[in-house]
Each structure stands twice: as structure tokens, then as C-alpha cells.
Design a protein around this ligand. Structure first.
Ligand SMILES: [Fe+2]
Length: 237
């Protein structure tokens, strides 16, 4: 398995800077000095990883944890995780979290006046298979206001976290949806200055994985490392 984001490679040119003034909170929380990376010890290099025994089949379906149907457009999100040489990244844990169809998170910090959905948990996880493939069933998230600037709305997105072979190896990013009209005003999306890298965070509508009369489908492939890597994206908003 390829290394994911190891400390020594945490800053690559494709990734957004720690400070991006249009994204207001980064002005205060970005480091003012160069980072010091401590040497990796046994815990960092050989620490616990997730295996198939840690996950349930239903963890990959965000719509089956209530007493009724989750509200919104049911979607299948799938893709492959590969390294910089195109080889599959196997058995890596992918976790996702997202707002519901109304743009609301189940989180005390989200007081946006949109309804919660008791049948939608907003979080899921799965392991990639031997070909690096993953698959989730979810609900298309709605955009939400976040007060970063006047009339600021986050484009619809799904947060993703990929673990490597240890807790220090992690890629955190966001998946967007094609054609979203809110990209132009979103500083988290636009903090990735390389346009090609930015577009790699936009999923592709994939009719081949839709399920008739049940769900639409989106493909989001993830590349770990190299010039064509999937860039990181903020996990806070
Ligand atoms: Fe978010």
C-alpha cells in the first residue's frame, strides 16, 4: 500500500496553503512559523489500522440507520483509490461525513435553521477492496450558509478521510458535485490554486452505477501522491 499523507510530505504544491485570507478562520489558526516534524516512532509507523473485523456492512450505507427512509436524492458514490503509479491502494479505511439534503449537520455547532433528518446519520465508512474500489450509499447533501463572508454558501460536498497504515498517514479532502453554481464564491474550493487540481475534487456523474427507480450515481477517484494527486481540503467547514 502506498503511504498516504506522511508528515514529511504534508505540504505539497497542489494543496491549499494553511493561510488563505478569503477563508477567514485560517488567518487566526494557520501556523506563523515553519512546522517542525518530529521523528516518527514505532507508534507512528506501526500503530493500529482498521481491518474488515472493525466494520459492519451497513457502515457504508448512510441511509439505513433510522426507522424510516432518509429524505433527499439517494446517491451511490463510488471510485478507486490509486497511488501515483496507478496501483490500487487496498484495504484503506475511507470515512465520509456530510450534511443532509437540507444542508444541516447533526452537530451542536450547526445551528443553521434547516431541518434535521432522524433517518440520516451523515457519516459512514468502508475499506477499499483489492482493486482499490469503494462504494457508499448516501443522500445528496444540500449547500449550507456558513458566515465566512456576506451571503456565503458552501457548495454541496462530502468530506472524506483516508487512513494509511498508521494514524499519521491520512488524507482529508472533500468531494464536490458537477455543475455546482456555488464554486465561484467558495474560498475552501478556491484555496486550491491549481485549477486542474481543484477540478479533481469534482465528482463525475456516472449513469452506469445508478439503480433504476432508486438512486443516481457519482464517481470520485482518489490519487494518493504524485503530480496528479487528489489535493487535501479543509475538514472544518
Ligand atoms: Fe462541510
Amino acid at each position: 500500500m502506498a503511504d498516504l499523507i506522511a508528515p514529511e510530505t504534508a505540504t505539497v504544491p497542489l494543496d491549499p496553503p494553511y493561510r488563505f485570507d478569503d477563508y477567514r478562520s485560517t488567518v487566526l489558526r494557520s501556523p506563523g512559523k515553519a512546522l517542525v516534524v518530529p521523528p516518527a516512532g514505532l507508534t507512528e509507523l506501526t500503530g493500529p489500522v482498521f481491518g474488515t473485523g472493525d466494520l459492519r456492512e451497513t457502515d457504508a450505507d448512510l441511509t439505513v440507520h433510522g426507522d424510516g427512509e432518509a429524505i433527499g436524492e439517494r446517491i451511490i458514490v463510488h471510485g478507486r483509490v490509486t497511488d501515483d503509479r496507478g496501483k490500487p491502494v487496498r484495504n484503506t479505511l475511507i470515512e465520509i461525513w456530510q450534511a443532509n439534503a437540507a444542508g444541516r449537520y447533526i452537530h451542536s455547532g450547526d445551528q443553521h435553521p434547516a431541518p434535521l433528518d432522524p433517518n440520516f446519520v451523515g457519516a459512514g465508512r468502508c475499506l477499499t477492496d483489492d482493486e482499490g474500489r469503494y462504494r457508499f450509499v448516501s443522500i445528496k447533501p444540500g449547500p449550507y450558509p456558513w458566515k465566512n463572508h456576506h451571503n456565503a454558501w458552501r457548495p454541496a460536498h462530502i468530506h472524506l478521510s483516508l487512513f494509511g497504515r498508521a494514524f499519521t498517514q491520512r488524507l482529508v479532502t472533500q468531494m464536490y458535485f458537477p455543475g455546482d453554481p456555488l464554486f465561484f464564491q467558495d474560498p475552501i474550493f478556491n484555496a486550491i490554486r491549481d485549477e486542474r487540481a481543484r477540478k479533481r475534487l469534482i465528482s463525475v456523474y456516472d449513469h452506469s452505477v445508478t439503480s433504476p427507480e432508486w438512486a443516481t450515481g457519482y464517481r470520485f477517484d482518489i490519487v494518493v501522491g504524485g503530480a496528479e494527486a487528489t489535493p487535501v481540503a479543509d475538514e472544518e467547514a
